[in-house]
Design a protein around this ligand. Sequence first.
Ligand SMILES: [Zn+2]
Length: 126
Amino acid sequence: VKPFGCPACAGDDAAAAWEAIRGRRDSLAEDSHFGVSLGACACGQLHVVVFAERIDWAGGEDDQTWLALPVTAEEVELLRSLPEDRLEAAIVGLGSARRFLVRSFPTGGSLGTWWRDGGLVIPRHD
Ligand SMILES: [Zn+2]
């Protein structure tokens, strides 16, 4: 299997990888608390970026998570062909055995970015 990306978007430095894929954004689904967009590195590697937000009514600060999963152009075409209500399941399927970036801004916590594998789960969102 051909590895995804280049040293910039697939390197060990997760924060740098996150910056590398911010070059282009194209929305596939957009809601105030959930969104799916495409990001691309300068090397051409595409990523599906999922945004999920949970409103913390008590604390007034929202719990926000972004997940960035590297995908092929064929997979992007597949995702584009799906109705919005099937996007989440399709992305979870693609991310079941693939490393992805997590960027998390928890309620009351600080922003962090890291790599994760072992199965992509989209956080609950409002
Ligand atoms: Zn790259």
